[in-house]
Design a protein around this ligand. Structure first.
Ligand SMILES: [Zn+2]
Length: 363
């Protein structure tokens, strides 16, 4: 029979109100409300109508209860300005990422979470502490996604319809997740990943405070984590020229603007030198984007899982079938994170179509 928590989740995933679902299905709003509030069970044909409209299998709507993600456990940016629809869409997509992760965890052994909780610590010191604990020294981080995964953070992609959320993290019964947008430059996505790690480290296990202070702290953590103080100080960036800033940003794989900001924050540049560099970088196109930027980082974990599924002649379709989702929905959480999907990691093919998986499986 229909599970009301699942109907609500599938509807919110679409970003639909009950009124919209009524319009899409031709069912009355009163009936839909009674299905979601457990007052009534739909007839089998109605269940199929609902599943078709929502883009899920009937099995999705009749499976076990889906516990909702509490909004206070998610690091949404600008939550106060967010519409309920956007927020619910983000939460329900996070919930599906959790389902996909559970499917993987039942079949693969994955690293346990190892993210220190340093609530209330100064972001600069917290970044140093995480670096020390993870044995990173003062070296550049080769791949943020691999690093997070090695320390038990599950990384997924934001789906196209939630990409305006930029990135967010959440902790689900002690398991940290980070969802990243794949629209931005590789450098920007690395910074977003480090920013979300900052929330996980600084802002506790269960509740992530939202607001400008928490955002500023996560940004300071990200800058200090990607561009460690001692490593940058050793680089001779005193009142650096724009050319030196661009050289330095390549070493740390960060955006040029972020590099200049960090040099200024560490007292290496006068305000005047900093402003001059920013104007020059702007003129060279570094405010709009990242000229000659790095490619997006892959997920080691999802790539390995996909490789093994492919070797056993299965693909993401297996996950989709078991979870009652469409293959396109499952793929959307991995797009831009593994080259083993059509339109994988290069970021230049973003269209998701049904049937791509068969291409992957037959190779
Ligand atoms: Zn944030």
């Amino acid at each position: 029979m229909l599970n009301p928590t699942r109907l609500a989740a599938a509807r919110k995933r679409r970003g639909w109100t009950l009124t919209r679902l009524a319009a899409e299905t031709g069912l009355s709003r009163v009936s839909l409300s009674s299905y979601e509030n457990q007052h009534q069970d739909p007839a089998p044909q109605t269940l199929k109508t609902l599943a078709d409209a929502l883009g899920v299998k009937e099995a999705f709507l009749t499976a076990d209860d889906l516990e909702e993600i509490p909004v206070e456990s998610v690091s949404f940016r600008a939550l106060s300005k967010m519409t309920a629809r956007t927020r619910d869409r983000g939460l329900s997509s996070g919930r599906i990422a959790i389902l996909i992760n559970e499917w993987i965890e039942q079949r693969f052994t994955l690293p346990d979470p190892d993210v220190p909780s340093l609530t209330g610590r100064d972001p600069e010191l917290a970044a140093q502490e995480v670096r020390a604990r993870w044995g990173l020294g003062e070296q550049p981080i080769a791949n943020m996604v691999h690093l997070l995964e090695a320390h038990g953070v599950r990384v997924f992609s934001l789906t196209d319809d939630t990409k305006d959320l930029d990135a967010f993290c959440l902790s689900w019964h002690g398991q940290p997740f980070i969802l990243l947008s794949r629209e931005k430059s590789g450098e920007r996505r690395r910074f977003n990943a480090a920013h979300e790690l900052g929330h996980l480290v600084l802002h506790g296990e269960d509740r992530v405070p939202n607001g400008p202070d928490a955002e500023a702290e996560a940004n300071r953590f990200a800058a200090a984590f990607l561009m460690p103080r001692a490593g940058v100080l050793a680089q001779g960036l005193n009142n650096a020229s724009v050319r030196q800033v661009i050289e330095a940003k390549k070493r740390w794989s960060v955006a040029a603007m972020a590099m200049a900001h960090r040099a200024n924050e560490l007292g290496l540049m006068t305000e005047w030198a900093y402003r001059t560099v920013c104007v020059d970088l702007s003129r060279l196109g570094y405010r709009r984007g990242e000229p000659y930027g790095i490619p997006h980082e892959n997920s080691m974990l999802l790539t390995k899982v996909m490789q093994q599924l492919r070797d056993s002649h299965r693909g993401p379709t297996t996950i989709a079938e078991d979870l009652g989702l469409s293959p396109a929905e499952v793929q959307a959480y991995m797009m831009g994170l593994t080259p083993l999907l059509v339109g994988g990691s290069s970021g230049n093919r973003t269209a998701i179509r049904e049937g791509h998986l068969r291409v992957v499986e037959s190779r």
